[in-house]
Design a protein around this ligand. Structure first.
Ligand code: IVH
Length: 734
């Protein structure tokens, strides 16, 4: 049971604060971690110093208080780097904007002293080195920000003055809080997708963008007389996908991400584009930044921004036509954005404000741009939903893989209609980074309706009575010593018989994506475990009906349903059994891949770490974890018990036995396929009687090579008798 315990006073210091600092924020993005580590842009001392300076500058109420503007620029550069380059922001957008405005105000008063590299003189920050670079057709600018009705009225006044009009037609739409992207289409075909980068040049992430289903691979722009077009938008992970993505991370014993924006930005930069497809991303396209017409007098295309969004919608893009509204004058705009804010929590995805654009494209041209933002658009930032509370205590929960997660207990407080009483504070380093103490006054924020988080502790209000949070050295449930592997952020209980882990493993085993035993559910598992009706995973299959009888709220019908569910689970597919075992790092996808290369689960017992790594998607970390699991006698004993209880541990007969033109031939796919999904390609082979192999060997007939193929291709080249084909050649064969 995950019985949480209150904080006691004894503990150990982390040996790896800076390493862990980076790991826990981006656990699934090892490339970025390596990049951060190698680049060493800011040392841990720098981070501390900038955080201190940030706090100081945030206290300033006017630019007249500034005596070192370059220090403020460096603070802003530091936060840009955290946000744009490594996707690990340390500041809320609102606070960043406040500092930015402060510098703008100072520079306005001292125009002779603005260096060319001031954060106000450019967009974005230095580049991420990993992907090929690509130039935007038009620089990707930012937006000017407003925070209240007065700001909007003032902007409207400027727009009316510049255009000489009494009243302007505006288009208001959500300000999507994701990762920005630009798409280029030529002759109706998608030719490139690029991240924002420094605004001029971004990372070419075309392959990754193609994995997002809402990005059309082709669209009939020619119908509108358009030959070439560049479209801007935002890639988003919706709240629900984000919640299950985080659940998956937690389930695999990894630290979770703070918000959907980080998840979307990280996903776009993944090296393996196939992984992107699994992340359920969506792309909202909201602006046409460049277009070239087929003929000089093109009359077919829209003349307003809202018309452009309609056109994009017609062409199959997810443009915000349902969300946008065309409004007459700034008064209507102010009313609309106020109303929209009320529905913010019920949206499927995160927005952080609204964007108001002058609707007429002719007027937009007339108004033009500054070096930072267009004059025809204005972002209206909604206030972060923050509240003040007090940190009362810390409880420690033990998960399925033994990970010990500290959970802050706070004085219950309402944030956008929901009462928050506890907040995950991730791990020991997070506590240090946020400088949290028991008794602290804290500011909390709800990022969407998903996860509340602590923004900061109000250190300036400390009374001296606050006490250190000391991470426990022993498991709060079984009392065994906790252990933290080098380079990891999470303390673990390594006693696999720890009751907390056992019950969490049973919950995972019966869950929907695993064995899917209907009628169980988390609450029942906990209850049956406490009453010793079940004691471990195999005991599920020896459950005695009479022990269930008489349980409050668990009638005959419930008992029958549960028993039917248990019986049905005995013939679940092999990959579900592998996933259900809850082996660290083995998620659903890896379980599926593994199930394809074995016929019975016991084969995994005999594979070495090297042999396991031959399997697609299995790296050294996963292989080592599998090896550790299957080397443990207790685990093998459990599998035997399950087999004796009637669970089918074998893969259902493969379709590879079908007769066809590939009968007697073997295939292996490597690298990223452009047109087919790996699973589809493999199904095609099997449907034609061929067999899929898991590695390059003398038994292999064909190696089909996609983009960025690596060691398998090299190995096959050195061997005789293996035919190496491109994806195109394979498609011709089938
Ligand atoms: S228009 C030339 N519309 O917010 C200006 N941007 O904070 C093009 N954003 O850089 C941008 N929702 O990445 C526009 N409906 C929307 C938006 C939006 C989100 C992003 C965009 C922009 C950033 C500025």
């Amino acid at each position: 049971m995950a019985v949480p315990k209150l904080q006691k006073n004894s503990g150990k210091k982390s040996l790896f604060p800076q390493l862990c600092n980076f790991i826990y924020l981006i656990p699934s993005l090892p490339n970025q971690f390596i990049y951060t580590k190698q680049k060493k842009v800011y040392s841990i001392e720098d981070v501390k110093s900038y955080e201190q300076q940030t706090k100081e500058f945030l206290k300033y109420s006017s630019a007249t208080e500034i005596n070192d503007a370059e220090a403020l620029r460096n603070v802003l550069r530091f936060h840009e780097y955290r946000y744009y380059v490594i996707s690990e922001p340390l500041l809320t957008d609102y606070d960043y904007d406040m500092l930015y405005k402060l510098l703008q105000e100072w520079e306005k008063a001292h125009p002779e002293n603005i260096p060319a590299d001031s954060p106000t003189q450019r967009v974005g920050s230095s580049l991420n080195k990993d992907f090929p670079k690509r130039q935007h057709l038009v620089p990707m600018l930012s937006l000017d920000n407003s925070y209240n009705a007065d700001d909007l009225v003032e902007w409207d006044r400027r727009v009316r003055e510049s255009t000489g009009l009494d009243e302007i037609m505006y288009c208001a739409e959500p300000k999507f809080d994701g990762a920005s992207i630009s798409l280029q289409y030529e002759d109706d075909q998608l030719v490139a997708a690029t991240t924002r980068g420094d605004g001029e040049v971004g990372d070419d992430i075309t392959l990754n963008a193609k994995q997002i289903r809402s990005v059309p691979l082709s669209a009939s722009f020619s119908k509108y007389g358009i030959a070439q077009i560049e479209i801007r938008g935002e890639v988003m992970m919706n709240k629900q996908s984000f919640a299950s993505f985080n659940e998956g991370l937690a389930g695999e014993g990894l630290a979770t991400l703070a918000n959907p924006r980080n998840a979307a930005a990280g996903s776009l930069r993944m090296k393996d584009s196939r992984q992107v497809a699994r992340r359920n991303l969506e792309a909202f396209l909201y602006n046409v930044s460049f277009e070239r017409d087929k003929t000089a007098d093109n009359k077919q295309k829209p003349t307003t921004h809202s018309g452009m969004l309609q056109m994009l919608w017609q062409l199959g893009f997810k443009s915000p036509v349902k969300e946008m509204k065309v409004l007459k004058g700034i008064g209507e705009v102010i009313k609309f954005i106020g109303e929209y804010e009320e529905s913010r929590d019920s949206l499927a995805y995160e927005i952080d404000g609204m964007v108001i654009k002058v609707d007429s494209l002719e007027l937009q041209d007339k108004l033009g741009m500054t070096s930072h933002h267009p004059r025809w658009a204005m972002a209206y930032k909604y206030k972060a939903r923050q509240a003040e509370s007090v940190l009362i205590g810390v409880e420690y929960q033990v998960g399925r893989t033994g990970a010990v997660t500290p959970v802050a207990k706070i004085k219950p407080v309402q944030v956008s209609g929901v009462t928050v009483g506890s907040i995950s504070i991730h791990n020991e380093d997070y506590i240090k980074e946020k400088d949290l103490k028991l008794g602290d006054k804290i500011i909390i924020e709800r990022s969407g309706d998903v996860i509340p988080q602590i923004v900061r502790s109000v250190t300036e209000d400390r009374t001296g009575k606050e006490t250190e949070i000391i991470f426990p050295t022993t498991c709060p449930v079984c009392n065994d010593a906790l252990y933290k592997p080098e380079g990891e952020a999470v303390w673990r209980c390594v006693n696999i018989n720890c009751k907390a882990q056992v019950v969490e493993r049973i919950i995972h085993f019966v869950s929907k994506d695993a064995m899917d035993i209907k009628g169980f559910g988390e609450a029942n598992v906990r209850r049956f475990y406490e009453q010793e009706i079940i004691t471990d995973i195999p005991s599920i299959y020896h459950l005695q009906e009479d022990k269930l009888q008489g349980l409050e709220g668990f009638g005959q019908k419930s008992i029958e349903n549960l028993l039917v569910g248990i019986e049905a689970s005995k013939t679940q597919a092999l990959h579900r059994i592998i996933y259900a075992l809850g082996i660290r790092y083995v998620g659903e996808t890896t379980a599926k891949t593994l199930a394809q290369v074995i016929t019975t689960i016991f084969e995994l017992k005999d594979k070495t770490i090297e042999e396991l790594q031959v399997v697609d998607d299995v790296g050294v970390k996963v292989a080592a974890s599998l090896h550790e699991f299957f080397a443990n006698e207790d685990n093998i004993h459990m599998l035997e018990e399950l087999q004796n209880a009637g669970i089918v541990m074998e893969r259902a007969a493969s379709t590879g036995t079908a007769e066809g033109k590939f009968t007697g031939m073997t295939f292996l796919f490597t690298g990223t396929l452009a047109q087919l999904k790996r699973s589809e390609a493999e199904a095609d082979v099997e449907a034609h009687g061929g067999k899929i192999l898991s590695g390059v060997s003398s038994k292999l007939t064909y190696l089909i090579v996609g983009a960025d193929a690596g060691s398998k291709l090299e190995k096959a080249k050195k061997m005789t008798g293996i035919k190496i084909l491109s994806e195109e050649e394979f498609l011709k064969m089938i």
